[in-house]
Design a protein around this ligand. Structure first.
Ligand code: SAM
Length: 317
């Protein structure tokens, strides 16, 4: 394979065949001649997260012109490629075969080939394989570029109706409960919207854990983005936890977005205790805690502990 010459990595020229990007070709036709100006290197190519129309023209050009497409699952990517009439050879690249597949890909890149990396959906490397391949390519001085596109996390954030000025993508929570709790506690004070990927079957428990750890923060469960049953459920963590405890797990793929913590400076410990004492005089312990959590944005655990201490100090009649 001869390395291609280019002044700027990743540049393309119009298709000499005159075929528009995205236009399916006859599978019986031989592969289209490739553009001469696509520079060699590793291309990180984003693919749709549901609606097949969500792919850029440049992504299709790169997929068509690459020497090889490294896919998380070749069968899944083949469906996308055949929809767009792309017949570029594919190879598997995922966490399990990386020790053998990574050096093979690096060797081909070193020969000056064009390798496109895709995942099953969305942007490679975002809760998907690719990080080690990018690291290895950088270490070898191989050009790495991107054809950006859909990411479920960003799509969910924009649909959530929560502040978007500062956000933290937290990926998947650890599956084991102690580690999950630790992670939730570590994120409690982050002054930003938090974005999580989550398995639908864990949604009711995760929302309950979040409400318990973080109090009544606003949140959104965003489901099946760009697909037929796209849906956004908005409410406080407690409201969403109660709703899914009753309904059971949602169907399809989900992203959880949680609003930033309420500013805490307005209520110090003394003020929390005063508010608790006031509400405990007229409400049950549980209702008083609910009220103070909503008013202060403090984690339910903290407020509950303070309420118990206050109730224990109260002289019995
Ligand atoms: N690389 C992908 C991206 O760019 O978003 C993420 C891959 S990660 C293995 C899969 C998770 O992304 C799912 O469990 C779900 O949390 C989220 N996700 C992917 N597609 C989605 C969609 N259409 N609607 C909602 N969530 C989605």
């Amino acid at each position: 394979m001869t390395p291609r010459q280019s002044t700027s990595p990743g540049s393309t020229t119009p298709d000499p065949s005159g075929k528009r990007a995205g236009e399916p070709s006859d599978p019986a036709e031989p592969r289209q001649p490739r553009r001469a100006s696509l520079a060699p290197g590793l291309y990180l190519v984003a693919t749709p997260i549901g609606n097949l129309g969500d792919i850029t023209l440049r992504a299709l050009d790169i997929l068509r012109d690459a020497d090889l497409i490294a896919c998380e699952d070749t069968r899944i990517t083949r469906r996308l490629l055949s929809h767009y009439g792309v017949d570029t050879p594919t190879t598997a690249y995922h966490d399990h075969n990386a020790p053998a597949a990574l050096p093979r890909l690096i060797k081909r890149l070193q020969k000056g080939e064009i390798v496109a990396l895709v995942s099953d959906a969305g942007t490679p490397l975002i809760s998907d394989p690719g990080y080690r391949l990018v690291q290895a390519a950088i270490a070898e001085g191989i050009p790495v570029t991107t054809a950006p596109g859909p990411v479920a996390a960003i799509a969910a954030l924009t649909l959530a109706g929560l502040p978007t000025d500062s956000f933290l993508f937290a990926g998947f929570l650890p599956p084991k409960q102690a580690a999950r709790r630790q992670r939730l506690e570590a994120l409690a004070a982050v002054p930003a919207a938090l974005i999580f990927y989550e398995s639908p079957r864990r949604v009711p428990a995760t929302l309950a854990e979040m409400a318990d750890c973080w109090g009544e923060r606003p949140a959104a469960l965003v489901r099946e983005i760009t697909k037929i049953y796209e849906e956004v459920r908005r409410g406080s963590l407690g409201e969403l936890a109660a709703a899914f405890a009753e309904e059971g797990p949602p169907r399809g793929e989900v992203v959880l977005v949680v609003g930033p913590p309420a500013p805490q400076a307005s209520l110090d410990d003394g003020q929390i205790d005063a508010l608790l004492a006031q509400t405990l005089a007229s409400m049950s312990l549980r209702d008083a805690v609910d009220h103070v959590v909503a008013a202060s944005g403090r984690p339910r655990r903290d407020v509950y502990r303070r309420a118990l201490a206050l109730a224990a100090d109260e002289p019995s009649e």
